[in-house]
Design a protein around this ligand. Structure first.
Ligand code: SF4
Length: 385
């Protein structure tokens, strides 16, 4: 973790995350930080957006944004010919777009993945310290030792990992396709090491019956959703369908009508015939979801019970490090370029391309413009939990 710039101190928020111990299997609590400044005024926003539009055009660059980032950045990405998507689609869109320069609004592993898929392109991010508790909780040395202790197992890692961890893996997967890939490996008789998200790993294990050893990391946003409180909320909204991201705890997943990735959750709100949805994922998704499913009522799933406090309150502090002023600054100055060691890239890209090839062979989940109302049928395979 980089040293803090003292001038940023008033914007710094401390963030606790799970740090698994390989030897004992226990999980300790570690501390990181995120930098989140106050909201600009409407006129400041309008001015910055205008400059960003102009500069993207002048530089023939494209903006690729995740569903969890600032709604203004999501809108700008779409207006300017970029995309708003989950991490798989972000990487694929960046690779296939003719632009030589990409600005990636998301967290660090997303910029690294884009760079590894498009090494000839220049990739920039608003803040290189925008991290992820899954990435932080899976240090490469520890994870490598865990894998080395089980050489008979195929190593499958989630996208939310460093380039070095991806380089140690046989496969990289995202939440939209992890289940299918593990089922495919299981059908071939392979035993698996899964990292780093323990909840997603348990869900996939339970769905596929695969023999999986799990790294014990967690997403600090999804880990906070609460089953008992969700049941109480469901009683108050009996017509609501429950949409859950599988990084959530098993007690929450067990109550879901649909378990899926961010894209799959949005598609479910579009396609399902229900007036209300309780949504257990980062609340940044509500912007795109409401656009894709106008007229439907979206309700945040509870992150804490009576008298409990929430750490993230359903919004990732690192995704919140993408805001208009630092996006504008990075487009103006071209600082914060992403670089990946070529030797690491060479190994890591094999695990990523395996997933992309599998996705291309087995399905066509492509929604590069984020037009889910038109493309919702692509997600017809989304099933009940
Ligand atoms: S929401 Fe969770 S998984 Fe996504 S970047 Fe934040 S900490 Fe990582």
């Amino acid at each position: 973790m980089n040293m803090l710039n003292p001038t940023d101190a008033e914007y710094i928020k401390e963030v606790e995350y799970d740090l698994p111990q390989r030897e004992s299997g226990a999980v300790s609590i570690a501390c990181a930080w995120a930098r989140v400044p106050p909201e600009p005024t409407q006129s400041e926003k309008a001015e910055m957006k205008e400059k960003i539009r102009r500069l993207l055009k002048e530089k023939e660059a494209v903006l690729v944004a995740h569903y969890y980032v600032d709604p203004d950045i999501q809108d700008l990405a779409e207006e300017t010919g970029g995309c708003v998507a989950d991490s798989l689609e972000m990487a694929r869109f960046g690779r296939d777009h003719p632009a030589k320069t990409l600005f990636v609004a998301g967290v660090r592993f997303m910029g690294e993945t884009a760079k590894m898929l498009s090494p000839e392109k220049r990739i920039f991010m608003p803040d290189l310290d925008a991290n992820c508790s899954l990435d932080l909780g899976c240090p490469v040395e520890e994870f490598t030792a865990f894998c080395d202790a089980h050489p008979d197992r195929t190593v499958v890692v989630y996208a939310n990992t460093s380039a070095a961890v991806k380089a140690r893996a046989d496969w990289m997967v995202t939440s939209s396709i992890g289940l299918e890939i593990v089922a495919h490996l299981h059908a071939q008789g392979k035993k698996i090491i899964w990292g780093p998200d323990r909840h997603l790993g348990s869900y996939i294990q339970q769905q596929t019956g695969a023999d999986m050893l799990l790294w014990q990391g967690s997403c600090l946003v999804h880990d906070e959703f609460k089953g008992a409180e969700l049941e109480m909320l469901m009683e108050k909204h009996p017509e609501a369908k429950v949409l859950v991201h599988p990084e959530s705890p098993a007690a929450v997943v067990a109550l879901a009508d649909v378990v899926g990735s961010t894209s799959q959750i949005i598609a479910a709100a579009v396609n399902m015939d229900a007036p209300e949805f309780i949504v257990a994922t980062d609340k940044g998704i509500f912007h795109k979801m409401q656009q894709a499913a106008p007229g439907k009522v979206l309700i945040e799933a509870p992150t804490a019970g009576n008298s409990a406090t929430c750490k993230s309150c359903a919004h990732c502090p690192w995704m919140a490090m993408n805001y208009l002023s630092n996006l504008l600054e990075v487009i103006e100055t071209e600082k914060n370029e992403i670089h990946v060691d070529p030797a690491i890239r060479e190994k890591a890209v094999t695990s990523i391309e395996r997933m992309l090839d599998f996705a291309a062979r087995h399905k066509a989940r492509v929604q590069p413009k984020g037009d889910l109302s038109a493309e919702g049928q692509l997600f017809s395979g989304v099933g009940p939990a």
